[in-house]
Design a binder for this molecule. Structure first.
Ligand code: SAM
Length: 207
């Protein structure tokens, strides 16, 4: 995964520019993040990790919704930019494959287009790691490029570095094996500038 961190280090400033107006212009993203925040507010309070936070825009949005959100990313440069843009929030360098968090430490976890770069055979361990750090009743929200025409994960030429798009039902099944129950999923058609369908999976860790 060093390659992924290095690749994002190299394009960090460009990435910030690329996504800077994205959330404001994307009601689907905001709707799912709002739903996640409301699910947490109704059921659990406690820390929420934005895993693969990049420049911190999603962490900031979660904090604006009243969540105790902090960010974690593999890319040191992304973490520097996130700290600079949002000095009131906490951002740590780290990998989602080995989170520096105690068992059950989190009320919530968001992985926003960040599992996409992991080779598919490493996702079961990531799912187990998410299950380890989330407390029972906690919620996780994943966003990713989807493929619905097949049950196979497919590699694609992401602009930064190789990535994979997942059949939503396959990722949901994998999470289920680690004690996550699906709350809802949304799959939407590509918007202008996107090539693929996009999926959002909201799951809760079984009590
Ligand atoms: C497409 S960007 C999304 C960034 C952010 N979530 C957003 O939506 O603006 C993917 C991010 O995931 C991070 N990432 C990829 N693999 C990771 C891993 N194994 N652990 C932590 N972060 C990772 C990358 O460094 C990058 O910042």
């Amino acid at each position: 995964m060093t390659d992924v961190g290095t690749a994002y280090d190299e394009i960090a400033e460009l990435y910030v520019e690329f996504v800077k107006d994205d959330l404001a212009a994307n009601p689907f993203d905001r709707a799912m993040l709002d739903l996640f925040a409301e699910s947490l507010r109704d059921n659990e309070s406690g820390p929420v990790a934005d895993v693969g936070c990049g420049p911190g825009r999603i962490t900031d949005y979660l904090a604006s919704l009243g969540l105790d959100a902090f960010g974690i990313d593999l890319s040191a440069r992304m973490i520097t930019l996130a700290r600079r843009a949002y000095p009131g929030l906490r951002f740590d360098e780290g990998s989602m494959e080995r989170l520096d968090l105690a068992d059950g430490a989190l009320a919530g976890l968001v992985a926003w287009y960040s599992i996409i770069h992991l080779p598919p055979d490493r996702i079961p361990d990531v799912s187990a790691e998410f299950a380890r750090v989330l407390r029972p009743g906690g919620h996780a929200l994943l966003a990713f490029q989807a493929i619905e025409t097949t049950d196979a994960v497919e590699a694609f030429d992401h602009r930064v570095i190789r990535a994979y798009r997942w059949p939503p039902q396959r990722l949901a099944a994998l999470l289920r094996a680690d004690g996550f129950t699906e709350v809802c999923r949304m799959v939407r058609k590509p918007r202008p500038g996107e090539r693929f369908e996009q999926a959002y999976l909201l799951v809760t860790k079984d009590r």
